[in-house]
Design a protein around this ligand. Structure first.
Ligand code: ZN
Length: 123
């Protein structure tokens, strides 16, 4: 079980799972500005603790991806996206959760191995 929170603590989440072998950094126009490092999970592995009062969503381009963030402290919290395959295909149903790995308790995301995905050219 992993736990994390945004800076102000309004959004607190738990992950029924482990840290991935490597975090993911995406080069798309949004992620390169935001600087988030993602840890990916199945939707069923994420539990939001309580009801955050400042949870907000940013969508761009196709609008298929919900980028959740805390409107009180500004931290990106998690992303709810289609479970795209390598190459961009999607079955139209499956979702994937991308947690902002910098929010995990007692974990230094800046020291973790990182895989880069070429979002700049994929979408
Ligand atoms: Zn917050």
């Amino acid at each position: 079980m992993l736990r994390g929170r945004c800076h102000c603590g309004d959004t607190v989440f738990e992950i029924d799972g482990e840290l991935p072998q490597a975090l993911t950094r995406c080069t798309c126009s949004f992620c390169s500005k935001r600087g988030q490092l993602y840890a990916y999970y199945e939707p069923g592995q994420l539990r939001i603790v309580g009801v955050p009062s400042h949870d907000s969503i940013y969508r761009w381009n196709t609008g298929l991806v919900a980028h959740h963030f805390c409107a009180a402290c500004g931290c990106g919290t998690y992303t709810d996206s289609p479970a795209f395959e390598i190459g961009g295909g999607w079955d139209g149903v499956s979702r994937r959760i991308g947690i902002n790995a910098r929010l995990f308790d007692d974990f230094d995301a800046a020291e973790a191995p990182v895989t880069v995905i070429d979002g700049k050219n994929l979408w």
